[in-house]
Structures are given as C-alpha cells and as structure tokens.
Ligand binder design. Structure first.
Ligand code: SF4
Ligand code: SF4
Length: 127
C-alpha cells in the first residue's frame, strides 16, 4: 500500500526523486517555513523513503503557499512544490472528496477567472 502510494505520488507529481542532492536550497527559500512541520527538501526524502503516512497527515500540505519559490531555487530541477501538491491531492482522493471532473470545469468559467487558474484546474483534475 505504501509502495503504491509512493509510486502514485511520484507519478502524479512528475518529480524525479533521485535528482535531489539534499542541498536544502528549496527549504531556505520557502516563505512558509515556519508553518510547515516538514519542509520542501524533507518531502522529497520522505517520499523516497516511503514515509508517506506522515506526509498524508501533515498540516504542511495546507500551509504551503504554492508560490513555487522552491521550484525556482532548486539547482536540480526537482520541483518539490509539485510533490507537495501531489500529496495534497492524494489526501483529497483518499477521502473521496475529489468530485470535480475536468469536463465539469467549462460550465464554471466566467470572464474574470484568470487563465492560469483554468489551466491549473485542468491539470489538477485530469490526472
Ligand atoms: S511552494 Fe510551498 S514549499 Fe515551495 S517554497 Fe512555496 S510555500 Fe514553500
Ligand atoms: S533545492 Fe532541489 S536538490 Fe536541493 S534539497 Fe531542494 S529539491 Fe533537493
């Protein structure tokens, strides 16, 4: 089960865990550092080490600002923010709360919705 969840999170995120060299630059640039019990570099190593349950129970997945500073700073293109988002999605799906499907999104659009939000929603819900 843990292995399955680990594979699912790695697949959804598209993150190559082995690229991380544990430099900590992602964590050093994280503006939500104080609000997250596990920091971006720890998400990478914890997924790699199969510590999935701890991450699924982490409040940090909700306090991450999705600012992508960790993605910008990473010299190895690991993109830890995508991993955090994948863990958050895994929790939502586990709780059976992911009732929105990509096909339902067009009906919810209005002129003031930023395009970036629409693209992001499609990416999030088509997986
Ligand atoms: S995306 Fe989240 S984890 Fe990454 S720097 Fe921003 S707040 Fe921190
Ligand atoms: S900045 Fe990139 S390589 Fe460095 S610890 Fe974070 S994820 Fe790993």
């Amino acid at each position: 089960m843990e292995q399955n969840m680990m594979d699912t999170i790695a697949r959804i995120s598209g993150v190559n865990l082995r690229r991380c060299m544990r430099c900590g630059k992602c964590t050093a640039s994280c503006p939500a550092f104080d609000e997250m019990e596990y920091h971006p570099h720890q998400f990478v190593s914890m997924v790699e080490n199969g510590r999935i349950d701890e991450l699924l129970a982490s409040q940090g997945i909700y306090t991450c600002l999705s600012c992508f500073a960790c993605v910008e700073r990473c010299p190895r293109n690991v993109e830890p923010a995508k991993l955090i988002e994948a863990v958050r999605l895994a929790v939502i799906r586990k709780q059976g709360e992911n009732h929105l499907h990509a096909e339902q999104i067009p009906a919810m659009l209005d002129d003031e919705l930023p395009q970036q939000a629409i693209v992001s929603a499609f990416r999030k819900y088509k997986r």
